[in-house]
Design a protein around this ligand. Structure first.
Ligand SMILES: [Zn+2]
Length: 252
């Protein structure tokens, strides 16, 4: 009986501290993803929505989820038998660091590179990883506004159902506030990440967070860089603003 009571108290304390943590996120920790979406009041677990998603416990900002639900309704009125499914939503700094570190250490595959451990120049190494993965602290996936759908290959969106989805989004997503940040390189001066037809962003919020990210990188540079704790950060963080800002003009 006593044990149960103690456990109950511990759980209560934990949840109230977590709820408090959600309200204490600073602008810098927010835009660099150094918080836990499940503890943040502005985020919703997609399990509680009608939005199809590939795993349990994926999170988005509530505004993003609401707007995307409306987009899905409109899409399904025209294409009732084609599914748009979210395969990656909010990833915080720590999740992004797992991806980045795995690629940096060679335990995770880097597309287009045979063996990353053979590349000694840290900037060169970072640039290879940056073709498709952001540095921790610099990903739009931190913000709860951006997510990936259906398939992480552009070719999926160039035929069949993928093409129907992509063409529809290009034509209609803007009406619901969404845009594709990583369009073809030719539209972005061949800078930054490669094209990602699967990555979409809720612009009413993400344009705001982009401005905050840039402002803090410039005005609180030391503090900002001090929080960038991941392999290769010191030598390659200077690349971050180029990648963060090399997005389609419609998403700025
Ligand atoms: Zn993405």
């Amino acid at each position: 009986m006593k044990k149960k009571f103690i456990l109950g108290t511990a759980i209560f304390m934990f949840t109230s501290i977590s709820a408090m943590a959600g309200t204490k996120v600073t602008p810098l920790s927010y835009v660099t993803g150094q918080f836990t979406p499940s503890n943040h009041n502005s985020f919703i677990n997609l399990d509680k929505t009608q939005i199809p998603h590939s795993r349990k416990n994926m999170y988005l900002r509530k505004e993003t989820a609401r707007a995307f639900s409306k987009l899905l309704q409109a899409f399904h009125r025209e294409h009732p038998n084609i599914e748009i499914i979210i395969i990656s939503a909010t990833r915080n700094f720590y999740a992004q660091r797992r991806i980045w570190s795995g690629k940096w250490n060679g335990t995770r595959k880097v597309m287009g590179v045979a063996d990353i451990r053979k590349i000694k120049d840290p900037v060169k190494k970072a640039k290879h990883i940056l073709d498709y993965s952001s540095m921790p602290g610099t990903s739009r996936h931190h913000w709860g506004t951006d997510f990936d759908i259906n398939n992480l290959h552009n070719r999926y969106f160039e035929k069949g159902k993928g093409k129907i989805i992509y063409s529809w989004l290009v034509k209609n997503a803007g009406k619901f506030g969404f845009g594709q940040p990583y369009t073809a390189g030719s539209k972005r001066g061949y800078k930054g990440y490669k094209e990602e037809k699967w990555h979409w962003s809720y612009l009413p919020l993400s344009t705001k967070y982009l401005k905050t990210w840039n402002r803090l990188y410039e005005t609180e540079t030391k503090k900002f860089k001090g929080q960038m704790n991941f392999p290769g950060a010191k030598s390659s963080i200077f690349l971050a603003p180029v990648y963060v800002n090399a997005i389609d003009r419609a998403c700025k």
